[in-house]
Design a protein around this ligand. Structure first.
Ligand code: SAM
Length: 464
């Protein structure tokens, strides 16, 4: 099974909780148990791309089955790698997806492939063979690319990428690119298992050893087998959808590279299903910049996007709720207070922008953890519930999915060595009289960038 970074990465063990609902409307569940028909988080096309903090599809499937019906429109303002889009498509729902990360634009056409081109393995092999003879070069617009690759590996990769980046924009090009993304990370100096770029002695030694071996064959073998695996996943996806649909295929719209705090959702929707970014720096753009550079995005583009990432931008308003105010009172560090303010301001702005387009009685399903900041627990679901109920939303319930262990990203020291204990799916219901109003903002990525404070982009301890 493909490695998948969930909010709580793969080594997370699940406890099977006893089913119970508390007086607060908290129901203990295991989403994996609730959706036994999905027994592999990477089934069909879900694992074609790696992405930090992916939803497990069981959560999305449960929310779709419980809170929407066929042909409904679902919105996800923090779509990441598009799990909601794939599940919506498979369940005959339509979806509109947004994310700051431009990867979404590369991921979705493959993950919900519905093209007519026959997916012949022989056609793929022919292209892979031609790639090995490539005489086009592509060097990413990345000033530190040499820091991340041994020169001989960079040379070969640059020819492979030169080939795919010059190929006609067809499904085979996308399949090979998806494989090359994984191979380009594996054959780089960065650790494979941490999303964030991290050059380690261990990995440098591994690369040095590899270079003494038949590394080129190993690289080709990896690209070949990943490409084939992706092609087969796409075939399975096409077969599954052809069996389940007649002529009405669902519509999935997406826009990567946009700031959801400022977008306007273009249509009324029947439900929101989303997982906002993590309160502590997860840095999705920074974690995926190697991929973005190889796909042809520039250092300037990546820098601009990093500036807009939650929670690195100054808050333009202070979100207040009873629980959040208590956290603020306990928090002594000014920098963390600013981060907290930024997080809630922009997360709530983005949610509100999307939720304002929900129809009366629609459900908003928001998946969050219970992070700690300076050792203080921040009950995200409760804070969001307080904020939105004050504005006329009904708190319906919250599902608690308990977990035993969680490994933090990287070897970060923190005051909570045990990590989080639970993930929560908060369900809010829109009343006809909700006060949540569209914020007076246009789809102004540039405007937002211009107003952004001195951002924490590229804090280059790793010279990335
Ligand atoms: C928890 S991840 C979502 C993962 C997604 N559910 C999936 O299954 O792949 C949160 C997402 O929020 C995005 N994000 C961060 N700041 C954003 C912003 N200002 N506007 C839109 N998206 C943003 C990140 O790029 C990241 O993909």
């Amino acid at each position: 099974m493909e490695e998948q970074f969930t909010l709580f990465p793969t080594d997370t063990e699940l406890e099977t909780p006893t089913e119970q609902t508390t007086s607060e409307g908290v129901e203990s569940v295991s989403f994996r148990d609730l959706v036994p028909e999905i027994d592999d988080t990477g089934y069909l096309t879900h694992a074609v791309f790696a992405y930090p903090a992916k939803f497990i599809p069981q959560i999305v499937r449960y929310a779709i089955n419980t809170y929407t019906k066929e042909t409904d429109w679902i919105v996800d303002p923090f779509a990441g790698s598009g799990t909601v889009g794939v599940e919506a498509y498979l369940c005959k729902r339509n979806a509109v997806l947004f994310d700051l990360n431009l990867l979404l634009n590369h991921i979705m056409p493959l993950k919900i492939y519905s093209g007519k081109k026959p997916l012949n393995e022989a056609d793929l092999f022919r292209r892979l063979a031609t790639m090995q003879e490539s005489n086009h070069r592509f060097i990413p617009d990345w000033s530190n690319v040499d820091y991340w690759y041994a020169p001989e590996i960079l040379e070969v990769l640059s020819y492979y990428w030169g080939f795919v980046n010059n190929m006609d924009d067809d499904v085979f090009a996308s399949i090979i690119k998806a494989a090359l993304l994984k191979a380009s990370k594996r054959f780089s100096n960065t650790e494979d298992r941490t999303p964030k770029l991290a050059r380690s002695k261990r990995k440098l030694n591994a690369i040095a050893e590899l270079l003494k071996e038949n590394w080129r064959e190993q690289l080709d073998e990896m690209v070949h087998s990943l490409s084939l695996k992706t092609l087969r996943s796409l075939k399975d996806f096409v077969m599954y959808t052809q069996q389940h649909y007649n002529e009405n295929t669902p519509e999935i719209q997406w826009q990567g590279g946009v700031d959801s705090s400022y977008i306007t959702v273009p249509r009324e929707c029947d439900a929101l299903i989303t997982s906002p970014p993590y309160l502590q720096a997860q840095e999705y753009i920074r974690s995926t910049k190697m991929e973005l550079f190889w796909l042809g995005h520039t250092e300037e583009e990546v820098r601009e996007l990093s500036r807009l990432e939650i929670p690195y931008r100054k808050a333009d308003r202070i979100v207040q709720t009873e629980t959040l105010d208590k956290v603020r009172e306990m928090l002594t560090r000014d920098d963390l207070c600013k981060r907290l303010d930024s997080y809630f301001c922009h997360t709530v702005n983005a949610l509100e922008n999307a939720m304002v387009q929900l129809k009366p009685n629609a459900a908003a399903c928001i998946f969050v953890g219970n992070p700690r900041i300076d050792g203080i627990m921040v009950e995200l679901w409760r804070i969001l519930a307080e904020y939105f109920t004050e504005r006329g939303w009904t708190f319906e319930k919250v599902y608690e999915d308990r977990i035993k262990t969680r490994k933090l990203f990287g070897a970060r020291k923190n005051k909570n060595p045990d990590g989080m204990k639970s993930e929560f799916l908060l369900i809010l219901r829109k009343r006809a009289t909700c006060q949540t109003a569209a914020l007076p903002r246009g789809p102004v990525l540039q405007d937002a960038a211009a107003r952004a404070p001195d951002p924490k982009t590229f804090r280059d301890s790793d010279a990335s």
